[in-house]
Design a protein around this ligand. Structure first.
Ligand code: CTP
Ligand code: CA
Length: 234
């Protein structure tokens, strides 16, 4: 076995991380996509590798470069369908999956091989959308149906509250719907500062463990999630 450093909590484990945004083609030049810097996913991949894990980073569109690390393999994807196939393939026989990707919920119901041209009459096309696959939910379902998929699956959710329901309550409902082990809930909206490297997240757990709130940089958040993941895998 490869030499492992003392205190490396994920030595011998293989972690799959998805990061960045998916893009859904409308025609050869246009797409519908999700904004995502990819920073949190990359920080997670680095934090896991720093703890001795072998990491597969499944990367959609990102503002940041994929990390160069001997234990991080990068798989590039574009669409949600690509992401689903890559996750179901690369997460086979692995220990953990972290779905940090910002996945497009909808895609054009049809795509064309030729660029959509402008019409002389000033008209504009109507784009019909359909839902994309739910990668997280599908992976949990296939695992629960007996496939050798990660026993710890972590989802992310950015939630706003409303008059009746807090962001965390929405997060708990989403954790149940998705069926994953851990959901990292990012409370967005009122009173929260956007566009900073700081993050304020709460981890909620399917096994009833007490919530864990983490405040700090994306690196700090990543390290706290990885620490918790290592605990769940040990
Ligand atoms: N996710 C996914 N496939 C999708 C949509 C989301 O795998 N088609 C994953 C995300 O990567 C994230 C988690 O599911 O880890 C929650 O994403 P979120 O957008 O909050 O949940 P949705 O089910 O899409 O619900 P909504 O956007 O309506 O709140
Ligand atoms: Ca969504």
């Amino acid at each position: 076995a490869a030499a492992t450093q003392v205190g490396q909590t994920l030595a011998g484990k293989h972690v799959v991380v998805s990061a960045g945004g998916t893009r859904e083609a409308l025609d050869p030049v246009r797409y519908l996509g999700n904004r995502s810097s990819g920073k949190q996913g990359v920080a997670l991949a680095q934090a896991a590798a720093a703890q001795g894990a072998h990491v597969t980073l499944i990367a959609g569109a990102m503002d940041v470069a994929a990390p160069e690390h001997k234990n991080i393999a990068v798989v590039n994807i574009e669409s949600t369908h690509d992401l689903l196939e890559a996750v179901l393939d690369h997460a086979q026989h692995k220990d953990a999956l972290i779905m940090a990707a910002a996945v497009a919920d909808f895609r054009p119901a049809s795509t064309t091989n030729e660029k959509i041209k402008k019409q002389d009459d000033d008209s504009a096309p109507t784009i019909v959308l359909e839902q994309t696959e739910d990668v997280l939910r599908s992976t949990v379902e296939q695992r629960d149906a007996g496939q050798d998929l990660p026993r710890v699956i972590v989802g992310f959710a950015a939630e706003t509250g409303d008059a009746h329901t807090s962001p965390l309550e929405y997060g708990r409902a989403k954790l149940q719907r998705k069926g994953c082990e851990i959901l990292v809930v990012n409370e967005v909206g009122v009173g929260k500062v956007f566009g900073q490297d700081e993050n304020d997240v709460t981890m909620v757990f399917a096994d009833g463990s007490e919530d864990v709130t983490i405040q700090g940089t994306k690196q700090l958040v990543a390290e706290a999630i990885i620490e918790r993941l290592a605990g769940a895998l040990s």
